[in-house]
Design a protein around this ligand. Structure first.
Ligand SMILES: CC(C)(COP(=O)(O)OP(=O)(O)OC[C@H]1O[C@@H](n2cnc3c(N)ncnc32)[C@H](O)[C@@H]1O)[C@@H](O)C(=O)NCCC(=O)NCCS
Ligand SMILES: Nc1ncnc2c1ncn2[C@@H]1O[C@H](COP(=O)(O)OP(=O)(O)OP(=O)(O)O)[C@@H](O)[C@H]1O
Length: 205
């Protein structure tokens, strides 16, 4: 199994490219989805949030994601503490999902914090989706209804996109059309398969 990491900044276009991967029949592990699932699987995480922030963040056993986001994206220490609780569980669950797909030729891990959390070390190839800062902010505010301040705080909570691109094997510049980015991604997948001695035709259906 070839493990491919897909990363980028918030609202850089990862999910948009994941749709392309799915159409190609490639299994994708979504780290954000795993992050949402571990909250249900491991009650210790919600317990930690209840103890630390009380009803402001957890009310009647339900997490207010927006409120937690406001806190952790504006305070690096709080973000670090929360990551220390949730990341080990995310890591375990991601590994389980890779193992569940071990019969596949190529599996993609879609993780916004691929580099920040060192998942990249376990990948055979890494693809970063980049976009210029102005377009990123514009798309983020439009998609999530964030104010400029909220959007900027989220962008600032992540490693610089150019730095991620520099450490990657491949880059998709998503500043143009969706079609251009999809084409580039397909080319990259072909190259990764070739470099690992696999062609699309050889894959098990
Ligand atoms: C703080 C939470 C509840 C906010 O939820 P919300 O629904 O508003 O955002 P969502 O989960 O859709 O994440 C949106 C984007 O924020 C960015 N982001 C998420 N967590 C983090 C983090 N800890 N540090 C920096 N950026 C992050 C990512 O780009 C992500 O795609 C949530 O993001 C969370 O639980 N984060 C911690 C888990 C995590 O580290 N996820 C990334 C896995 S690699
Ligand atoms: N090439 C493009 N042209 C115009 N809009 C785009 C393009 N690519 C993505 N978008 C839009 O930009 C927004 C962000 O894209 P997307 O949701 O794919 O980003 P993401 O990297 O998955 O974000 P997150 O890390 O927050 O999950 C979405 O509303 C999407 O429809």
């Amino acid at each position: 199994m070839i493990r491919v990491g897909l990363t980028g900044g918030i609202a850089s276009g990862k999910s948009t490219l994941v749709q392309v991967l799915k159409k190609e029949g490639i299994p994708v592990i979504d780290a954000d989805e795993v992050a949402r699932e571990v909250l249900f699987l491991y009650p210790e995480i919600l317990d930690y949030l209840t103890k630390t922030y009380g009803e402001m963040v957890v009310k009647d056993g339900v997490l207010n994601r927006r409120a937690l986001g406001k806190i952790i994206f504006s305070d690096p220490k709080k973000r670090k503490d929360y990551n220390a609780v949730i990341m080990p569980r995310i890591r375990e669950e991601v590994e389980k999902r890779f193992l569940a797909h071990s019969a596949e030729t190529l599996v993609v891990l879609d993780a916004p914090l691929l580099f920040e959390e060192n998942f990249h070390e376990e990948m055979d190839a890494v693809i970063t989706v980049t976009v210029d800062a102005a377009t990123q902010l514009k798309r983020l505010m439009a998609r999530d209804g964030f104010s400029r301040e909220e959007a900027e705080a989220r962008v600032a909570a992540q490693m610089d996109l150019a730095q991620k691109a520099a450490q990657s094997d491949y880059v998709v510049d998503n500043g143009g059309s969706r079609e251009e980015s999809a084409r580039r991604l397909k080319e990259i997948l072909e190259r990764i398969r070739r470099d690992h001695g696999k062609t699309k035709e050889e894959e098990t259906p």
